[in-house]
Design a protein around this ligand. Sequence first.
Ligand SMILES: Nc1ncnc2c1ncn2[C@@H]1O[C@H](COP(=O)(O)OP(=O)(O)OP(=O)(O)O)[C@@H](O)[C@H]1O
Ligand SMILES: [Mg+2]
Length: 508
Amino acid sequence: MARKGRTEPRVWTPPARELTPETSLGFEAITFAEDVLGITLFPWQKWVLIHALELNEDGNFRFRTVLLLVARQNGKSTLLLVLTLWRMFVDEAPLVLGTAQNLDISEELWQEALDVVQATPDLADEVPDSSVVKANGKKSFRTRDGQRYKVTTASRKGGRGLSGDLILLDELREHATFAAWSAVTKTTMARARAQIWGASNAGDTLSIVLRRLRALAHRDLGWPDGDDESEAIGLGATVLDDDEDDDTADDSLALFEYSAPPGCSVADRDGWTYANPSLGYSITERAIAAAMRTDPEPEFRTEVLCQWVSSTAPAPFPVDDWQATLDNDSRLDPASVTIVAIDVSWLRDHTFIARSGFRRDGTPHVEITASRPGTDWVMDWLEERRDRIDAVVVQTNGAPASSFVDKIDRAGIPRIDWSGGRLGRAHGLAYDHIVNHTVRHLQHPGLDLAAATAYTKRSGDAWIIDRRTSPHDAAPLIAFIAALWALDQELPDATPISAYEDADLVFL
Ligand SMILES: Nc1ncnc2c1ncn2[C@@H]1O[C@H](COP(=O)(O)OP(=O)(O)OP(=O)(O)O)[C@@H](O)[C@H]1O
Ligand SMILES: [Mg+2]
């Protein structure tokens, strides 16, 4: 018989009392989904609504924060959408705020909600076209009764001045700092019926917000996975039995975690049913089996088994120092020298270009300035900008990017050679800059992930990044290291090769 996903999560916060239509508004939300939206929820989606919308005796929600962990493509966003429309149209919550590290994610959910409203005659009449604002970064719509759904940016300013009743953080794994979380969740402080929902599949080292919230919930449940993470995330090591002084240990945080049990094999089909509650409804075993064959294991575990893959190797750069040197407001001095470094991923499917120079205060600045699939775009990119580039750095000794060396020389673009002992020295220099906080870099998901996870290997007496074995593409980090190192090098003469060619011509 075909396997079915499990309706109940593997790790979850139990209710304080029996859940009935009197003690949970989940039942009302389910009826709304079916009768008004025409959406039949999957059993697990109903289960989550019933458990997450538990009421206290005073009629307010028991949980202020709901954390929902489910593997990819099971219907998390759909569940958030149903919840949102029920809160707006039935529960009359004045303000829904959607936010994500990446604005596209929250705008997509908002657009889907608007599409459903406009396709549902009963609701469409309630939302006049004139109330819909579609400007980028400011999207919102409003019902005739005044309930509003607004998208806000994931910045320190996100949601400031607003009082939110439902905060949606879809793809919470993408939040690499607490800035957006803190700003947007503060908007609920004065609202009695506010809830904050974070939905996601498992995260990685950079999923700082999700990791901490999940650990708080696991701690409250007595570390059901046996992996006491307190120290790693700066929590008190023991469960407090007297909760009075510890506001993190109150019972207003709920976790509903659909994930495969720790230690299960990727091929364990029973394990799949824990993380994929929609298995046998919208997801097939065949689709999961295909992903298992093609995905690298860390990706499969994170996305399909909803498991946290902690690389056992330490990060090449201390995560705290990397965060401390990250500065999205950092800018190059327009008068600064400009170096670009090119690196190509191990599989040659992606090329990254890092740009470096100095800020007005003299501090080195590095950013990933271009990142695209393949390699064939790179020479055009360089040619178009050659007037603004003082030198290009590429690794020469047979590394994936060394295929550019001849092309760059033929184009007469000044090039700095990066090979041999210079590799180890460049890595050491980058390490020192990071731990001494003497460099600034812009946020870039691929770069930041590589800086937290890449593997290293020996090279002579030094270490360098290991492109081949790193769990995530190390190329952006290698480009970063090269670009930073090159700032210390003497600039090559401009266009040496074409000068020779000219000389040859004259000679002939
Ligand atoms: N109750 C349902 N009935 C039918 N289809 C559903 C239901 N819930 C979700 N789906 C469908 O399943 C697919 C995935 O849903 P959704 O985008 O909500 O998943 P997700 O978990 O947010 O995925 P991702 O992890 O990629 O963001 C969509 O095509 C959606 O329409
Ligand atoms: Mg989604």
